[in-house]
Design a protein around this ligand. Structure first.
Ligand SMILES: Cc1cc2nc3c(=O)[nH]c(=O)nc-3n(C[C@H](O)[C@H](O)[C@H](O)COP(=O)(O)O)c2cc1C
Length: 327
């Protein structure tokens, strides 16, 4: 049977299914909450586009973080399709000819068997970035091993750092903060995408800035720095239970989409196990530092630097309306 005849038999998406799928995709994490995605729905097929008008050229000149964000949205689409009881086939499509068309998800027939991703659906909205201290409680080794497996299943790696590597990384993150402060366009990016008006549906609101540690460890990003008069609240941070680097073997738009799907699978499964996460990506915002990130105990091309632990309370960020995401 030709693919055309096959797709003719598959039920087209209903309006309700479209709403479920696209709002799940839109709940994904994204760099500075830019939500740099757009979707086109036709019959049972969804094209995923990069919205390059939302690209952060000062810290993301190649669109790497944009593609990771869209990869995370893609994983949410897959989980929502599983929840709807429909199979889905994903094709990653970045090409020079159509650089903004990143992927296609084609939904199949209804499948009575429960897809293993369906139970992750509620975590899509429970997950929030936690820029505060974690409880002084260890993450079980079995849970960390499960998260490592999540990354591998999406063609990426997750490495949980030991003490020595953590020291190296924290020094690098602190140094990167200093470099970033001088990087052309960084302050403007911060100012444009953080602490906007309360009616804004994107960006990081001041309520999500979190706190900074008294000791400077872990080296949290100071989102208040672009807002004179705003002072970040200092807090005591117990040692973070886990710091991990998500990496890939290659570094191109397809690897970034894999990294985004891996990131989101790690974050959703972490959430299902009661964990929260935030990020120490400052070295990845400086291309030269990212390129030279080397430690004898760590290999790969870094895509995300993740703090993981048990959190108390969470803060949500706004999202754009589904109608504004449609092409
Ligand atoms: C590619 C990417 C890079 C990010 N970098 C950072 C970062 O360096 N520091 C940080 O605190 N959050 C970072 N985030 C988290 C986003 O700011 C967060 O996902 C967004 O504000 C939406 O909030 P939510 O995750 O609570 O839904 C990053 C997210 C993505 C997908």
């Amino acid at each position: 049977m030709t693919p055309t005849k096959q797709s003719q038999r598959v039920a087209a998406l209903t309006d309700r299914e479209t709403q479920t799928l696209i709002s799940a995709a839109g709940a994904a994490p994204s760099v500075f909450n830019t939500q740099p995605w757009a979707f086109r729905v036709k019959d049972a097929s969804i094209d995923v586009f990069a919205d390059t008008s939302r690209e952060l050229r000062a810290i993301d000149p190649d669109g790497r973080q944009l593609a990771i964000s869209c990869g995370a949205a893609l994983l949410n689409l897959r989980v929502a399709a599983a929840r709807l009881g429909r199979t889905s086939v994903v094709r990653l499509l970045p090409s020079d000819a159509k650089p903004t068309l990143l992927a296609n998800v084609t939904l199949g027939e209804y499948d009575a068997a429960i897809h293993p991703d369906a139970p992750l659906y509620p975590t899509i909205r429970r997950r929030h970035t936690h820029r505060r201290p974690f409880q002084a409680r260890l993450v079980p080794g079995a849970t960390l091993a499960e998260l490592v497996g999540c990354a591998v299943s999406e063609h990426a790696s997750l490495t949980v750092l030991g003490t020595d590597e953590r020291r190296w990384l924290f020094e690098l993150v602190s140094f990167s903060e200093v470099v970033l402060a001088e990087q052309p366009g960084y302050e403007e990016t911060m100012s444009e995408w953080t602490a906007g008006s309360v009616t804004r549906r994107d960006g990081i609101p001041a309520s999500s800035f979190g706190t900074l540690p008294f000791t400077g460890q872990p080296p949290m990003r100071d989102f208040s720095q672009a807002h004179p008069g705003w002072e970040a609240k200092l807090q005591c941070y117990p040692k973070d239970p886990a710091i991990a680097i998500l990496s890939t073997t290659d570094d191109n738009p397809v690897s970034w989409l894999h990294a985004g799907q891996a990131l989101q699978r790690v974050l959703l499964v972490a959430c299902a196990r009661g964990l929260a996460a935030s990020f120490l990506n400052q070295p990845l915002d400086v291309p030269e530092i990212r390129r030279d990130m080397k430690h004898p105990g760590w290999h790969g091309i870094p895509q995300m630097i993740i703090r993981l632990g048990y959190a108390r309370g969470d803060v949500s960020t706004p999202r754009r309306l589904v109608t504004d995401l449609m092409r």
